[in-house]
Design a protein around this ligand. Structure first.
Ligand code: PHB
Length: 389
């Protein structure tokens, strides 16, 4: 600040600048990334790190005037190790922000510790409904989805396509169970019937016995949630078993996002609902995709988008609090008032801190998740059980 500013206007301007000024001299903000770098979700974890770092790089390495630095822990998508891992980040590394995770069970453990410790937490994927339900808190945010959301949107789309009898198949853990619940709610509300619900333990990929069961039951269509390596294997096995043409395969978009190269022709025609698609063609998405491809030599996917937006959300909150991660009330107010300019399309954050967003029905055509139509507009998770303090 210059010393010789004497006019009242200049003094007010200077005071305002100081009030809004980010804490320029403060230490860097430590972002603790608790993401899988091994196992079936390894690629998801990698793309989340890439997406987050891309946005920070675009801002010159700073958010809210503070340098961003990273501490990374392999979550292994293993809920049994989650409390130890998150404690390592909070106590040993003294991180300012928790970024994670991919797996719902891991995210629940992180949210518990974030709530107890007051550490700011941003979820760039895991959909565990409870995180923005009974566990909601002023310092916990999500830029991805609740599991209920893509399930519900897929049920709407399948019913609109005229299917009446469906079978669901997924991994037996929170994410799969909650997506099936969302799917069943909208599908049956629209007059459909879920005739069987099939499960495999996470992260197993032995689908054969269940595919035989599907063939015998002859449903109109099948709903599936798998992701990462498991999604690749499921889509290939479904086609190899000769089911693809007989029983149209639907799913939440994770079934075909970031996986198409590995799935090849076996994914053609699979229909999924998600808050992102490959060929949106908007200037915002085009710019993002180009920047991502240039930085990493790879195409982005929904996970990269969610993480890019997690960094945007952090930037919005830090700008409003002068770089102070502890001012939860101000941080939350700024985020809730904001419209986030995402590659997926603009979205807002609900009072339980979950995105209110459009879900696209996509179909794999020519190796791309093409938009068919909007399956559900401005879909908001009901945030059941959230009592925000
Ligand atoms: C989850 O466990 O919440 C989860 C994991 C992978 C996905 C989506 C949800 O692609």
């Amino acid at each position: 600040m210059k010393r010789l500013m004497t006019s009242p206007c200049a003094v007010i301007a200077a005071a305002l600048t100081m009030a809004a000024a980010p804490a320029q001299s403060a230490d860097p903000i430590k972002v603790g990334m608790m993401l899988p770098s091994t196992g079936t979700y390894a690629r998801l974890g990698n793309n989340i790190k890439n997406g987050f770092k891309l946005y920070v790089q675009e801002q010159g390495g700073k958010l809210g005037g503070r340098e961003i630095e990273y501490v990374e822990v392999d979550s292994e998508a293993n809920p049994a190790k989650a409390i130890d891992n998150v404690n390592k980040l909070i106590k040993q590394h003294e991180v300012d922000v928790l970024l994670g995770s991919v797996h719902s069970g891991v995210a629940l453990a992180m949210a518990k510790r974030a709530k107890e410790s007051g550490t700011l937490m941003i979820v760039p994927n895991a959909g565990a409904d409870k995180v923005t339900g009974p566990m909601c808190a002023p310092n916990i945010f999500r830029t991805s989805f609740s599991n209920w959301q893509p399930g519900y949107a897929t049920g709407q789309a399948m019913a609109e396509d005229g299917h009446k009898r469906a079978i669901t198949i997924t991994w037996k853990y929170g994410a799969g169970e909650e997506m099936v619940k969302g799917f069943k709610a909208s599908f049956e509300k629209a007059g459909g019937k879920v005739i069987d619900q099939l499960y495999v333990p996470f992260p197993n990929v032995e689908f054969q016995a269940l595919l035989t069961q599907i063939a015998a039951a002859k449903p109109d269509a099948v709903f599936a949630f798998f992701a990462g390596g498991g999604a690749v294997k499921f889509v290939k096995d479904y086609a190899a078993a000769g089911l693809k043409d007989a029983f149209p395969l639907y799913g939440t978009g994770f079934l075909t996002d970031g996986t198409l190269e590995a799935q090849g022709a076996d994914a053609e025609g699979v229909k999924t609902a998600l808050h992102y698609a490959d060929a949106l063609g908007t200037p915002r998405d085009n710019a993002f995709r180009e920047a991502y491809a240039k930085a990493y030599g790879d195409q982005p996917d929904v996970y990269a988008v969610q993480a890019y937006d997690a960094a945007q959300l952090l930037g919005i909150g830090l700008a409003a609090t002068g770089g102070d991660v502890h001012k939860s009330a101000e941080f939350s107010a700024a985020v809730r008032a904001a419209t986030i300019d995402s590659p997926r399309g603009q979205f807002t954050i609900s009072k339980s801190h979950n995105p209110i967003q459009n879900f696209y029905l996509r179909e794999v055509k020519g190796g791309v998740n093409q938009v068919v139509r909007i399956a559900s507009e401005a879909l908001e998770d009901p945030g059941r059980g959230c009592r925000m303090k």
